[in-house]
Every structure is written in structure tokens, then in C-alpha cells.
Design a binder for this molecule. Structure first.
Ligand SMILES: [Zn+2]
Length: 400
């Protein structure tokens, strides 16, 4: 690598924290609840144009657009996409937008307009230094991330655009989350386990309680308790720990002295990259099958809202480039983490086939009524993004 500490220092110092703070504030001041992102899209696109980028407005639906821009590389280095979303959850009782000391308050400040402003700040620094990257640096600002109304239409449109070649990037760095390298998420599903009696309902006086379908629901809950204990004591994922099964709804029966025709358990399952959603569902079916057989009950196990797990290697070159950039900015090691929660990387990796990971400024107050972000963290994130591009895409000799 021809890059040296002096070049990195010039690029780091070119990041303008006050400009980023003003951009973040302007973005938070424009409400952009999911499905109502039109105005914020126009604003963000205008800022990119102001920085000298050609902006590709990709209609998702109505006046809702994914916004794409590219800093073209001059060489054959790897290409990187910086990604994030511009929509927020409903504003609700969130504190109004205001700046106070190092903090910017308001809905979307940390989730994730602050990071979107930091990405603008990173592009601005690369441009103002005249950096010539060897590979392309892409930026995508998308709509429709927050569940549920949009059904992930923005992220899915981005995947479509990857497939058609409208956008590119060998890796996707999502600016969501904490200032750590989040490289793995467990899979997640909502499951339904139904036990139904082919005999139909009968007066309970004619059925010994040990044969009552509802007591097999008790057995199933006990089996789930034991299963979680097995998971806790079993092979833990080195980054995300134990897999989890949780039950939120138990339903059964329709009359106090009639045996239930149908009993249902609904809950969530979070499992590691060792298995696909179908395989995890099959394991759940195996768990319940002996209990259904013992009660001569019919068993139906199904899932909805399933997300496949993802894992990007900690030694992936883009992950390592971000780690190197973090060390330079923070003068300390970055943590590499995995989580049980899912995000857009689960989609980008599994549906788009693009290795992805997260590195954000912060996430601690996301979705809370006191949402805020540290402006210092935004500056530091912008520095990390700019230096990651330099490290991963490569810089040409005439750069800096
Ligand atoms: Zn978010």
C-alpha cells in the first residue's frame, strides 16, 4: 500500500464536523416516516448534487425514491457501497429536533439520519482532497426500511438494482448501529405450532384429562423450556451466543367443558448461520412431533416473516479496512460483534449475494422518545467511512 499516515491524516482532517452537524439537523427537521419519505429524498439528492455528484433517483413507488451516487474509481480496485435508510419510525412523542452541546435530538437522529449525514461528509472530504480511488465508491440512501407498512420495498429495490447492474459495490457497509463491526446476525422467524384433534370437540366428562389435547400443550411448553436449556448449554455462537426460542401466544379451546379442537403456540425463533430457515423449521417440527403423536393429534408447524441468518468473515478485506480506519480515528481496537436481531444485511447477503456488515456512529437511543446522537460520533464515523474507502478501494498515487 502506498498510503501513509500523513495522507490519512489529511483525509481525516478534511472531514468537516460542523457541516455534518448542520446536514444531520436539516435531515432530522424534515419528517420522513416510512411511506412519507418524498421530501427528505429530494433534500438528500440536492445535497449530493451540490457536492458535484450525478444522482440516480430510483423510484420505489409514488414519490419515494432510493438515491444512488457513485464516486468513480480510476483503477481496478475493489468497489464499496455505503448504505443507509432515510425513513424513520413514527415521530410519536419524540423530543423535537434541537441541537444542544454535542447532541442532536429528534426522531431519526441516531436511526439513522446522523449516519446519512456522516456519509455525505465522507464523500465531501474525499472530493475536497481530490482523492483518486482505485475502485468505485457507491452511496445508496434508501426508503422503506422500517417495518411494517413498506414491506422492505426500498432494500428489495436496491437488491433488484444490484442484479440489473444499475448499482454496484463488492461489499455493502451499512451505517446502522453502534461504532463497532457488526458482522453477523442470527436468522429470525415467527412460528406457529398447531395441535388439532381429529376427533373434534367432546364433552370433557367423557375424556380423561390425560387425553385432553390441552394438556399436550403443557408438555410442549415443557419441551420448549428444556430445549432452551439445551441451547444455552450447547455450542454457542462465538459472536452472538445462544440461540433463542420464545413463546408469546398460547391459544386453545372454545368452551369451558369441551375438549379443544385446536391449540396454537406462536413465538419467535432465532438461530445461527449453521442452518437455513427451512432447516430451523424442520427442527421445530421434530421437537413437537413426539408430543403430537403421544396425544394422537395432528401437527402443523409453519413460519412467517422469516429472515435467513448472515455472517461476514471478521477477516474479510472490507471489514479489516474498516477496522484499520477505526483504529486510526479512535486510537484503539474496534469490537467485532454478532447479534440476535436482524437487519437489512440479512437481505443483502441472502437475496443479493453481496457480503455486508454494519458500522455506525451509535444506536443507543434508537426508537426511543428521547432520541439523540452525538455530533462527535458523527464526525468520527465520517472519518472512518472516508478512510475505509481509501483502504479498501485503494488510492491511486496521484491521490492526496
Ligand atoms: Zn435504522
Amino acid at each position: 500500500m502506498t498510503q501513509n499516515r500523513e495522507q490519512w491524516t489529511v483525509l481525516k482532517d478534511a472531514v468537516d464536523g460542523e457541516w455534518i452537524a448542520q446536514q444531520a439537523q436539516a435531515l432530522v427537521e424534515i419528517p420522513s416516516v416510512t411511506m412519507q419519505e418524498a421530501e427528505v429524498c429530494q433534500y438528500y439528492a440536492a445535497q449530493l448534487r451540490e457536492l458535484g455528484f450525478d444522482v440516480d433517483l430510483r423510484r420505489v413507488n409514488g414519490e419515494r425514491y432510493n438515491i444512488y451516487a457513485r464516486l468513480a474509481g480510476a483503477g481496478d480496485g475493489p468497489s464499496l457501497m455505503l448504505n443507509g435508510h432515510l425513513d424513520t419510525i413514527p415521530i410519536g412523542d419524540c423530543v423535537p429536533c434541537r441541537r444542544e452541546g454535542d447532541r442532536l435530538y429528534g426522531r431519526g437522529a441516531t436511526d439513522m439520519k446522523g449516519a446519512m449525514a456522516a456519509k455525505l461528509g465522507a464523500l465531501r472530504a474525499l472530493k475536497s482532497c481530490g482523492v483518486s480511488l482505485a475502485g468505485d465508491l457507491w452511496l445508496s440512501a434508501i426508503v422503506g426500511h422500517e417495518e411494517p407498512e413498506a414491506e422492505k420495498d426500498g432494500p428489495l429495490a436496491l437488491i433488484e438494482d444490484y442484479k440489473s447492474g444499475r448499482v454496484g459495490g463488492d461489499r455493502i457497509l451499512i451505517g446502522e448501529g453502534w461504532n463497532e463491526l457488526w458482522v453477523m446476525s442470527m436468522g429470525s422467524m415467527v412460528f406457529n405450532i398447531e395441535l388439532s384433534s381429529p376427533r373434534g370437540g367432546t364433552h370433557t366428562t367423557y375424556v380423561p384429562f390425560k387425553e385432553n389435547p390441552i394438556r399436550f400443550v403443557g408438555d410442549l411448553i415443557q419441551r420448549i423450556t428444556a430445549y432452551q436449556e439445551e441451547l444455552d448449554a450447547g455450542a454457542l455462537h462465538p459472536l452472538a451466543g445462544a440461540e433463542r426460542i420464545d413463546v408469546g401466544i398460547v391459544e386453545g379451546g372454545d368452551y369451558f367443558n369441551r375438549t379443544p379442537v385446536l391449540c396454537r403456540l406462536s413465538g419467535t425463533l432465532r438461530w445461527g448461520p449453521r442452518a437455513s430457515a427451512e432447516e430451523a423449521l424442520a427442527e421445530l417440527r421434530e421437537l413437537a412431533a413426539p408430543i403430537a403423536a403421544a396425544g394422537q393429534l395432528e401437527l402443523d408447524v409453519s413460519m412467517i416473516h422469516e429472515r435467513e441468518p448472515f455472517e461476514t468473515a471478521g477477516d474479510d478485506p472490507a471489514v479489516q479496512a474498516t477496522a484499520q480506519a477505526h483504529r486510526f480515528v479512535h486510537d484503539g481496537q474496534v469490537e467485532i460483534t454478532g447479534k440476535r436481531i436482524v437487519g437489512d444485511a440479512n437481505l443483502f447477503v441472502n437475496l443479493g449475494g453481496v457480503p455486508s456488515f454494519y458500522y455506525g456512529p451509535s444506536n443507543e437511543t434508537a426508537h426511543s422518545d428521547g432520541e439523540w446522537v452525538s455530533l462527535t460520533r458523527l464526525t468520527q464515523a465520517a472519518q472512518v467511512y472516508a478512510l475505509t474507502a481509501a483502504a479498501y478501494c485503494g488510492m491511486n498515487d496521484n491521490g492526496l
